[in-house]
Design a protein around this ligand. Structure first.
Ligand code: P1T
Length: 378
């Protein structure tokens, strides 16, 4: 099936009782059992929920995987993946990832005896050179938040297969519409479904997709045993949202391309980071492994006061954390999403105090461009 057909139908059959076309919100904590040991396969809400199962099947289809496992947030999904390793194991991570992922690994999971190497995975050989006897998992984010650096997923998954390592890809910035890591032989895909998948800035959620039976079995067990499950209503909202994912992404990509070109051509910014620009060092790789360049742009304005002026004066862009919603957001990674990364490390990554991140929404592009122009020149 094509992407939009799956988005609208996968995991969703009309309700057998009433024929309701839309999957109901099964807002229940428990289920009536007929007699001891006899029930309909549904025992308790944390373990089984049909709205959640529909969402999981839907996203699994969009990511070309066998299994989806939904969580209450993207970070809860990342934390669940840590159950694939144990104390003493070593994990290789893209050196630039979402600040919350950095915080989870460095400030929390490290205390449980896990060892993390933060490396530049945009050079695949760096992955191979960092492998130790204790290495178990490679955690990639591509494009990265907020520097939009890419990792060659085919090359990375090759290395992981050769060394028997689990490859995980945070695909949040692309959404399943623009990139499918499982098709490039990676083992696990993770999304903060808070972002493009839901797309309406009204849900916090996360999801893991895999075709690996053993990974699925473990993560499914953890979903129930640790219990960071999403509510039936949140699952229903996300299911509603995936129906329009394709059309939303088309518009995000179109608007971001125009805004990136404007920022670049107008010389308003000193440096523009967007994989769709031919000046992006990995533009060719982007064309190869992605089906569009995404809706996220970062730009360095070279001067903190200029960056602050922009953040203060925008009227359509909203200053706020998060991304991937229909409305445009603007943020300051150094003090917001990546505040928990030490300043020296931030500077090394390019997350300067004058770096601004744009989540380009699906409004009229002329209005978005005028908003930036007026904020800086008005
Ligand atoms: O916020 P949550 O649903 O827990 O997802 C965490 C997460 C994971 N991966 C990536 C690439 C992310 O960008 C995020 C969350 N990011 C933001 C809140 C942000 O503004 O960048």
């Amino acid at each position: 099936m094509g992407f939009s057909t799956d988005a609208i139908h996968a995991g969703q059959k009309p309700d057998p009782v009433t024929g309701a076309v839309i999957t109901p919100i099964y807002q229940t904590s428990t289920y009536a059992q007929e007699e001891l040991g006899k029930h309909k396969g549904y025992e308790y809400g944390r373990t089984h929920n049909l709205t959640r199962q529909s969402l999981e099947a839907n996203i699994a289809a969009l990511e070309k995987g066998k299994y989806g496992i939904a969580f209450a947030s993207g970070l809860a999904a990342t934390q669940a993946l840590m159950s694939l390793v144990k104390s003493g194991d070593h994990i290789i991570v893209s050196k630039n990832v979402y600040g919350g992922t950095y915080r989870l690994f460095e400030l929390i999971m490290k205390d449980y005896g896990l060892d993390f190497s933060w490396i530049d995975t945009s050079v695949p050989e760096n992955i191979e050179n960092s492998i130790r006897n204790s290495t178990k998992l490679v955690y990639l984010e591509t494009p990265t938040n907020p520097m939009l650096t890419l990792t060659d997923l085919a090359a990375a998954s090759d290395i992981c297969k050769k060394h028997n390592l689990i490859s995980v890809v945070d695909n949040t910035f692309m959404s399943p519409y623009l990139q499918n890591p499982l098709l490039l032989d990676c083992d696990v895909v993770l999304h903060s479904s808070t972002k493009y998948i839901n797309g309406h800035s009204d849900v916090i959620g996360g999801i893991i997709v895999t075709s690996n039976d053993k990974v699925h079995e473990r993560i499914r067990y953890i979903q129930n045993a640790i219990g960071a499950v999403p509510s039936p209503f949140d699952c229903w909202l996300i299911l509603r949202s995936t129906k329009t994912l394709a059309v939303r992404m088309e518009r995000h990509v179109q608007n971001a391309m125009e805004l990136a070109k404007f920022l670049d051509d107008s010389n308003l910014a000193e440096k523009v980071y967007y994989p769709g620009l031919t000046s992006h060092p990995q533009h060719e790789l982007a064309k190869k492994q992605m089906r569009g360049f995404g809706g996220m742009i970062s730009a360095d304005f070279g001067d903190t006061e200029k960056a602050k002026k922009l953040l203060r004066n925008v009227k359509i862009f909203t200053l706020g954390e998060s991304l991937g919603g229909v409305e445009s957001l603007i943020s300051h990674p150094a003090s917001m999403t990546h505040a928990s990364v030490p300043k020296v490390e931030r500077e090394r990554l390019g997350i300067t105090d004058s770096l601004i991140r744009f989540s380009v929404g699906i409004e009229d592009i002329e209005d978005l461009i005028s908003d930036i122009n007026n904020a800086l020149n008005g």
